[in-house]
Design a protein around this ligand. Structure first.
Ligand SMILES: [Zn+2]
Length: 253
């Protein structure tokens, strides 16, 4: 019987437990693992940092029955740039909530890779936050097997219509001229939005964040990916409300 386990993981939740322990949820290539880290909250604990939320590390775990305990750990990336930026922190927390609600214990190495890439861009401030959010949302859905069909118009097979309408409810798109019945969840989009959505769904991870959208197209893309997640998953995410309150506070005047 295996008594020790070595794995790389990203802390997606930390909870205080008893006097000085912590329970952490690690996102690994094999899904989520829950681990008890004894004494990690004691002043001066050498595992205080690596067991923090959004830390990526190499963990050595001890198995006891069906429970896992932290034996030792080495930090690989603490993503410092997220920790002093409340907007980035709010977005990273939303990503974490999305993952906790969708990822199972099955091997899904691409989801860990996606989250690490997104945290890198949040930490380095190398992409606008709404772009990081949209890429994460749409690619996560793709990796979870809920990819929209964006190959061509569902009615006339046109590849790139001037006025595509992205249909959240049907997970596809049609040309404006081909749409027979309007739906509240439809996003009347632009060529640029359709191209960006295709890029996120189909491209390799190395190039995933390498595109630019501006103005109205950027807003429509953000609207589309968020609606797509909320509608397909049928869930409510308090961390998403917090992100919007933090980044787009409503003006009273
Ligand atoms: Zn059409």
């Amino acid at each position: 019987m295996q008594t020790h386990l070595n794995l790389k993981g990203l802390v997606i939740r930390e909870t205080a437990f008893q006097d000085a322990d912590k329970i952490i949820d690690l996102l690994t290539e094999d899904g989520i693992r829950t681990v008890r880290a004894r004494s990690a909250r004691k002043p001066g604990s050498k595992y205080a940092a690596v067991t923090q939320l959004f830390s990526y590390g190499d963990f050595c775990l001890r198995c006891s029955g069906d429970r896992l305990f932290l034996d030792s750990a080495v930090s690989l990336n603490l993503f410092f740039g997220i920790r002093n930026d409340l907007d980035a922190l709010a977005l990273a927390s939303y990503f974490s909530e999305l993952i906790r609600n969708t990822v199972t214990n099955q091997p899904q190495p691409q989801i860990l890779r996606l989250y690490l890439l997104a945290l890198h861009h949040l930490s380095e401030h190398s992409r606008p936050l709404p772009q990081v959010k949209s890429v994460f949302e749409l690619r996560l859905m793709t990796e979870l097997g809920m990819m929209p069909n964006l190959v061509c118009c569902q009615e006339c097979m046109t590849y790139l219509p001037k006025h595509p309408v992205l249909r959240v409810r049907f997970a596809d798109f049609v040309c404006r001229e081909c749409r027979e019945i309007a739906d509240n969840h439809d996003i009347p989009a632009t060529e640029a939005v359709l191209l960006a959505a295709r890029h996120v769904v189909f491209t390799e991870f190395d190039r995933l964040f390498q595109f630019r959208l501006k103005g109205k197209s950027a807003d429509l893309f953000a609207q589309y990916t968020e609606q797509y997640v909320l509608h397909r998953l049928g869930m409510h995410f308090p961390t998403l409300d917090f992100y919007h309150a933090q980044c787009n506070p409503q003006s009273d005047d």
